[in-house]
Design a protein around this ligand. Structure first.
Ligand SMILES: [Zn+2]
Length: 325
């Protein structure tokens, strides 16, 4: 037990007790639940698969049983579970005003291609639809490309940084084994010292530019707590609103996420290699529903974000009001 009682692993029973969760265990080889008034968590031993309030999350390390003790890695508690269940004090920005949308690929970089469908053809119209809906909801929107041009991966977050965007959202569609892979997934940056979620051999070249599973801290890691909450809120909205297959919140050190100076995610909004999803993605009506689900996800994130502003800011703004009055 010694190896598991140190800083790297936490007894799940102890964590559950400290946070008022009741642990229900049916059989050792089946998922078990932790419930309290607000949330339900589902875990499976020897698995990185987990669910938080019905939304799939891929943990960085599997839930591990030692003797009769179930352990969760402190890495996953600190970088996935706690930031989603208990949003931290927000030290990022005070409000969300400007959102940078990044339509994946462009020009010679087609993205995934399947049966004549090219990813780059659908990411731009989705971004345009989403931009319209976000502007109608009161946000300012900037786009990393507005036509079929090539933009280097690094230049995409760089534009968001220059324009001081408050969120960066990269939009993509997926390719996978036909008839098998379907549904939506949202990626956020892998925390330092963690492994990225398995990238399939079907992954297309454009965004699969991992630095490898090293321990490097990259600029985007400054926003880890908010990256994962944004990914969770978006995945939740996509899965519930579209009744899409839940492929979960995943981790990757994608080039577009590494240097973003604001919370950033990459959405894979369905599979061009799936005959049903392919037709939907090509349909403007479906893309409008997809965009609406993304807007709702951003709005739930915004509520959590703005409810957790630093107390000093509140104090200062009260003082400013008093002085300026
Ligand atoms: Zn892509």
């Amino acid at each position: 037990m010694d190896n598991y009682a140190g800083n790297d692993w936490v007894l799940l029973s102890g964590w559950a007790k400290a946070n008022d969760f009741k642990l229900t265990w049916v059989r050792e080889d089946e998922p078990f639940t932790l419930t309290n008034r607000f949330s339900t968590l589902l875990f499976k031993t020897d698995s990185q698969w987990a669910e938080i309030n019905g939304v799939r999350i891929w943990l960085c390390k599997p839930i591990t049983v030692v003797g009769r003790h179930v352990c969760v890695s402190s890495l996953d508690l600190n970088t996935s579970i706690d930031p989603i269940l208990f949003p931290q004090t927000n030290e990022v920005h005070s409000t969300i005003q400007t959102i940078c949308l990044d339509p994946g690929h462009g020009h010679q970089d087609t993205g995934g291609v399947f049966g004549g469908y090219m990813e780059k053809q659908y990411t731009l119209p989705l971004a345009e639809e989403l931009a319209g809906q976000l502007e109608a909801a009161g946000f300012k929107v900037i786009l990393t490309r507005t036509n079929d041009t090539f933009v280097e991966l690094e230049d995409r977050p760089a534009l968001a940084n220059r324009q001081k965007a408050d969120l960066f959202i990269s939009l993509h569609f997926n390719i996978g084994p036909p008839g098998e892979a379907k549904g939506v997934e949202v990626y956020c940056l892998t925390p330092p010292k963690a492994s990225s979620t398995n990238v399939s051999r079907w992954g297309h070249i454009g965004e699969i530019s991992e630095w490898g599973n090293d321990t490097a801290l990259v600029p985007g890691n400054r926003f880890d707590n908010w990256n994962v909450l944004l990914a969770y809120d978006l995945q939740k909205s996509l899965v519930k609103t579209l009744s899409a297959n839940d492929r979960g919140v995943r981790r990757a050190r994608f080039a577009v996420l590494r240097t973003a100076a604001m919370p950033a995610v990459l959405i894979e909004g369905g599979f061009l290699s799936d005959s049903v999803e392919q037709k939907k993605i090509a349909d403007p009506k479906y893309r409008a529903e997809l965009a609406a689900a993304i807007v709702q996800g951003i709005q739930s994130y915004e509520r959590a974000f703005e409810n957790h502003q630093p107390k000093e800011d509140e104090y200062e703004s009260t003082q400013h009001k008093k002085m300026g009055a």
